[in-house]
Design a protein around this ligand. Structure first.
Ligand SMILES: Cc1cc2nc3c(=O)[nH]c(=O)nc-3n(C[C@H](O)[C@H](O)[C@H](O)COP(=O)(O)O)c2cc1C
Length: 225
């Protein structure tokens, strides 16, 4: 039994930590991640794309249905493309706030103070468009993917955590619908936009709604048997 455990551990390169280390590491991770807040006002300051690439590699290592890795990430740094995305997103957002959104939805959004103006889509140095792939295409063969939303959601969580850990601020933006992203970014029909991640540094005037800082307590989000 001991030998089997040792083999598995070596194969996984799994590091066994002491309980003290485990407690400290989990506490440190929480202390860091709890400082993440969605930012809607970005500075134009740039940064090395290697940080994005590392975060995307981390996202690409996520657990996923049958290891089919049903995602694609498009990095946008080109100003002309960012402008096209802003124009298309603001068009959808104007429709959303004026006509499409239910009164209930608008009420839920009110504390955030959001509106159809999406200047951050041009100001932030990078946008990352995340696409989910219901199926993959290889040599004209259609391969069905499984647990696509769950897999892409987990990968996006890892991406956000890595970028935050690297010292960057973000917004998970979801103008609805986002099909304009396929057209602007030349992505095929088997890909559906999942989230548009806005990445950079907060501007000096960036304000965080008080409401966003209120997180449910452990007892309210978990139970134990
Ligand atoms: C799937 C998803 C879509 C979101 N879409 C938008 C969006 O389109 N615009 C926006 O301003 N915030 C958007 N948000 C950000 C949420 O409003 C924000 O996460 C929430 O208010 C909690 O605040 P926090 O991220 O600072 O903790 C989105 C978040 C998620 C997870």
């Amino acid at each position: 039994m001991h030998i089997i455990n040792k083999y598995i551990t070596e194969d996984l390169k799994f590091t066994i930590q002491t309980i003290k280390e485990m407690k400290l590491n989990s506490q440190n991770f929480y202390n860091n991640i709890k400082k993440r807040r969605s930012v809607r006002d970005f500075d134009r300051k740039n940064f090395d794309i290697e940080i994005i690439n590392n975060a995307l590699k981390a996202a690409g290592s996520a657990p996923n249905g049958a290891n089919l890795q049903p995602w694609h990430f498009v990095i946008i740094k080109n100003n002309k493309i960012k402008r096209k995305i802003r124009i298309a997103a603001e068009k959808e957002e104007r429709e959303f706030y004026k006509k499409k959104a239910s009164i209930e939805w608008l009420k839920a959004l009110k504390p955030l103070g959001t509106d159809p103006n999406k200047a951050f889509l041009e100001n932030a140095p990078y946008l990352i468009a995340i696409f989910e792939k219901k199926f993959s295409l290889s040599d004209k063969e259609k391969i069905k993917n499984y647990y696509v939303r769950e897999s892409v959601g987990i990968a996006t969580g890892i991406l956000i955590s890595c970028l935050h850990f690297s010292g960057l601020a973000m917004l998970t933006h979801t103008p609805s619908p986002m099909t304009f992203l396929n057209k602007i970014l030349k992505r095929p029909n088997n890909e559906k936009p999942f989230v548009l991640l806005v990445v950079g540094f907060p501007s000096k005037k960036a304000k965080i709604p008080k409401f966003a800082k209120q997180k449910k307590k452990l007892n309210d989000i978990s139970t134990i048997f």
